[in-house]
Design a protein around this ligand. Structure first.
Ligand code: SF4
Length: 144
């Protein structure tokens, strides 16, 4: 099947700090499935590196105070076009991200405090009916 994957999990250095979150287990999954890399923040026009951002009352705010909700929404919309084009049946998304996180995200205070919630892109993926797993769940959903 075609699976959406956060590009930073595939080793792309697209995180806010210019780093990645390479997840070696994805190599094993790629032997049987087609992985479609997505980075909604990059496709929304945000640079690398960039200020960290968190969701506060349905807005996405950078640590500097800049409101980047529009950029996050634009990138998420672009990535949903990819999901639709490739008829993706699953998404493996980076946990805790204000775009890709599902279940828990940072609370908007930039104090590393987690709260219940989901990222801007993860919300669209969920509403589209595409199952989402975070990277820690890979061994459970795709056992060796
Ligand atoms: Fe990774 Fe998603 Fe953040 Fe891009 S938007 S760096 S894919 S977590």
């Amino acid at each position: 099947m075609n699976i959406l994957v956060s590009a930073c999990l595939l080793g792309v250095s697209c995180r806010y700090d210019g780093k990645h979150n390479f997840c070696p287990e994805l190599g094993r999954i790629a032997e049987e499935h087609t992985l479609i890399p997505v980075c909604p923040e990059s496709y929304g026009g945000l640079p690398v590196p960039r200020d960290p951002a968190e969701i506060r009352e349905d807005r996405v705010i950078m640590k500097s105070g800049k409101d980047v909700t529009a950029e996050f929404q634009r990138g998420a919309g672009c990535m949903m076009q990819l999901a639709d084009f490739f008829s993706c049946e699953m998404a493996i998304l980076k946990e805790r991200s204000p775009s890709c996180g599902s279940g828990k995200i940072y609370d908007g205070t930039f104090s590393k405090t987690l709260t219940d919630g989901e990222g801007i892109f993860a919300r669209l993926v969920r509403v589209a009916g595409i199952p989402i797993i975070g990277e820690p769940e890979i061994p459970v959903v795709f056992p060796t």
